[in-house]
Design a protein. Structure first.
Length: 133
């Protein structure tokens, strides 16, 4: 596992709010991997729908990743460095896929500004929302 993963997917499982699907996904460095992860998240959403808490979606996504033989680790603690000095604290990411793609799960009515900042702080603004339909 690399100490500094370079890609994140921020999956939002909305809790009852309807929105138009996102069609303008950015080009990502790991296109085929992120495409597969997004497909997994969409399948979980199709199966479970809206309204569950995050742990339900987390377990379902772990099952989906395992079924598709996508390598992943759960609750990975990543180092935090400030001005070259490692901090004794760790950032815990929900899933680390392919050894370098961070996946953060959120069960929210909408992505709040603080959640978007958390995602961009780790690896730049790469967000994918699973719309509730």
């Amino acid at each position: 596992m690399r100490a500094a993963p370079n890609q994140a997917i921020f999956c939002e499982f909305p809790m009852g709010k309807r929105r138009a699907p996102q069609t303008d996904l950015p080009t990502l460095p790991h296109d085929s991997e992120t495409y597969d992860l997004i497909k997994c998240a969409m399948d979980v959403h199709r199966e479970k729908g809206c309204g569950f808490l995050e742990p339900v979606y987390h377990q379902c996504l772990a099952i989906e990743l395992g079924t598709r033989k996508i390598p992943f680790q759960q609750q990975v603690r990543l180092p935090i460095v400030y001005k070259g000095i490692p901090l004794p604290l760790r950032y815990r990411v929900d899933l680390l896929c392919y050894g370098e793609v961070l996946v953060e799960l959120k069960a929210l009515a909408a992505i709040e500004p603080i959640e978007a900042r958390k995602s961009s702080t780790i690896s730049g603004p790469r967000t994918f929302s699973v719309p509730c339909s």
